[in-house]
Structures are given as C-alpha cells and as structure tokens.
Write a protein that binds this ligand. Structure first.
Ligand code: MN
Length: 203
C-alpha cells in the first residue's frame, strides 16, 4: 500500500502569523506531498512496498540516496506537523523533570533550541531526542532523519527555508522564536517520551 499525505492535525490558519496558511499550503500541500509521491514511485512494484516508512528510511540510508532523502523527508514532515501546536503549551511533570536534568530549566532548553536552530548551516532539522533517559538537542542535515537513529525523537523543527521564507523571509531566528515560544506541542513530546519508542508514520 502506498503512503499517504497525512492531514495536518490543525487548521492551516491556526499557527498564523508564526506560520501562515499560505506556508502550509506549499509546505504540506506541495513539498510534503512531493516527498510522499516520490517515495511511493520509487517503491512501486518492488518487494519493499508496504513496509513501515521508518524501515524504508533505515534500508535506504547509505545505499539509495534519492529514496533516503524522499522517505526521510516524508517521515520528518509528518513528525514536524505533530511537533507544532496552535497554542502555547508547557511540558508535563515527567518531561519537565527530564528537561531540568538535561538543561537546567525549560527556558534554558528553549534558548538552546533557538541557538542550535539558528546556527545550523543551510537546510536541515533540529531535534529534541531522548537516549537512555537523557535528553539532548541534535541536528540533521538536508533530508536526514531521526526515524531510524538510536534514541527516541520527542520534537523537531524544520530549518529549511521553505518552512519560513514566505512569513519571515531570511529571518530564521524570528521563525524559531515564535515557534518555540508559542507553537511547540509539548504534549506530543511527552507522549513520545512515555511510549519510549520512535513515533511511527501513520498508515
Ligand atoms: Mn520542510
């Protein structure tokens, strides 16, 4: 069965002005859709069709760069839509305790996420990851993914220009500030932490 473009879990207007409906129309409706379509086309008629998307990413890593990029980006964007929230949230007790252990405070985590995201050269992703009970901030370049890496991704932010250029032009730090202050879904992060295993792309 082919992978599907998962619907946005909120109204595309709901994160404006940090992320506008126009950005979602391109980012979800065109970019994410193209990654899904190209992944499906590459797998069509092969014995890899129907595998969980995470397994496709793992199999393509290091062996098929085009499939790795497209399957990784398919997964990353699904995870990113869920990492975002219309309204500001705060971490629940277990997640908050892990954040304090690793970063000292929730404010310090937000500062570090902003710095790492702003400092990342060119396209990629910044992630909050749990490994062996320890939280850390990680970065991947281009279409590289945390779908098949060691550790449990809790949240991600897209650092590609297509994620913010219509709304913030070149000012990636402004996009990061608005998203990190007001639009990260800490309930999604807490669910991922509690499950203790990597989120699965729906389907
Ligand atoms: Mn993107």
């Amino acid at each position: 069965m082919a992978y599907e473009l998962m619907p946005l879990p909120y109204d595309p207007q709901a994160l404006s002005p940090a992320i506008s409906a126009e950005t979602f129309s391109y980012h979800h409706g065109k970019h994410h859709k193209a990654y899904i379509d190209k992944t499906n086309a590459a797998l069509d008629g092969t014995d890899r069709q129907g595998l969980p998307l995470e397994e496709v990413v793992a199999m393509a890593r290091g062996s098929d760069q085009a499939l790795f990029n497209n399957s990784g980006q398919s997964w990353n964007h699904g995870f990113y839509w869920h990492s975002l929230s219309p309204g500001a949230k705060t971490p629940g007790a277990d997640l908050a305790a892990g954040i304090e252990r690793a970063f000292g405070s929730f404010d310090e985590l937000k500062t570090k996420l902003s710095e790492r995201g702003a400092g990342h050269f060119a396209s990629g992703w910044v992630w909050l990851v749990e490994k062996g009970g320890q939280l850390s901030i990680e970065e991947t370049h281009d279409g590289d993914s945390w779908a098949d890496r060691e550790g449990n991704p809790l949240l991600t932010i897209d650092l590609w220009e297509h994620a913010y250029y219509l709304d913030h032009q070149n000012a990636r730090p402004n996009y990061l500030k608005e998203v990190i202050e007001n639009h990260l879904d800490w309930d999604f992060a807490a669910d991922n932490l509690q499950r203790g295993s990597t989120w699965k792309y729906p389907g």
